[in-house]
Design a protein around this ligand. Structure first.
Ligand SMILES: C[S@@+](CC[C@H](N)C(=O)[O-])C[C@H]1O[C@@H](n2cnc3c(N)ncnc32)[C@H](O)[C@@H]1O
Length: 262
């Protein structure tokens, strides 16, 4: 495992903790269709169960989990994220939650203890060895009948957005070349490696996923099934076309939702 990579990424995430909401899309916003809520609500007898929020970040899910589960583990390798996460909880929530500052593949002490593992936009280390080891260790920490549920950034949604912007540019009179140039600037195309599903910005290196890769890696780690769904985001103004035209008439953009079972 490459400790230097993990350390440098943990430092980068740490630097973004204070302005997190300004930079990242919010998958929990009421205007977002997110299958995550239903999946969490379907956990039977959750009041007697253990949940782990892996890569919990600033902890937006923690109050919701605290209200439903007996015990919560909140794991992140960025201390400033954990600090913000702690501040969201009242005394009762804090008593029920164990905060662990560590990379999310380091789960040996939780082997066989967790009913539900969650990873919302946190399975993002671009290194395949780190991702595969993380998923394998998540599986090991689950009890029989347990689930691993999460959301991962979609690389094909970026291609989709690019295509819509180029089309709109051409339709509003730009040459194809100029439309492509403007659209590429807008989505920061030069920061993506589309073939490998990687994105680089502000010191962060992030993995973006195709749904087939999610299924493949879950099966490789030994999960028996993996359902795939979409988290659907409304188009916002920042994503509109070169003439400011809204993309609202088009099917929405998405991240990949997954539910893997042991
Ligand atoms: C995009 S944020 C998502 C945070 C949170 N799950 C949410 O939904 O708001 C990604 C978080 O995962 C953490 N993270 C990324 N890779 C990690 C790893 N390998 N181990 C532990 N934490 C990680 C980052 O520090 C960051 O807080």
């Amino acid at each position: 495992m490459n400790d230097a990579i993990l350390k440098s990424q943990s430092r980068s995430w740490n630097r973004h903790a204070a302005q997190y909401e300004e930079i990242f899309l919010d998958p929990y916003h009421p205007r977002v269709d997110n299958p995550l809520w239903n999946a969490i609500d379907c956990v039977v007898q959750s009041g007697a169960k253990v949940v782990a929020d892996l890569g919990c970040g600033t902890g937006p899910l923690l109050p919701y989990l605290n209200a439903r589960f007996e015990r919560v583990f909140a794991i992140d390798f960025a201390p400033a994220m954990l600090e913000r996460a702690r501040s969201r909880l009242d005394k009762k929530g804090l008593a029920r939650t164990t905060f662990l500052e560590r990379p999310m593949h380091a789960l040996d002490d939780l082997a066989g203890q967790v009913d539900l593992a969650l990873a919302v936009n946190s399975l993002v280390m671009p290194e395949i060895l780190i991702i595969d080891r993380t998923i394998a260790n998540v599986k090991r920490c689950l009890k029989p009948g347990g689930s691993f549920i999460g959301v991962v950034p979609s690389i094909d949604a970026i291609s989709y957005h690019l295509m819509l912007l180029v089309d709109q540019g051409v339709e509003s009179g730009f040459s194809e070349r100029e439309a492509e140039r403007l659209a590429s600037l807008q989505i920061e195309r030069r920061n993506y490696d589309f073939a490998m599903g990687r994105f680089r910005t502000r010191g962060l290196r992030q993995k973006f996923w195709q749904s087939f890769e999610v299924e493949l890696r879950m099966r490789k780690a030994g999960f028996l099934t993996c359902e795939i769904g979409k988290v659907l985001y409304p188009w916002d103004e920042a994503e509109s076309g070169p003439g400011g035209q809204s993309l609202a008439g088009h099917p929405r953009s998405w991240d990949w939702f997954f539910h893997a079972r042991v």
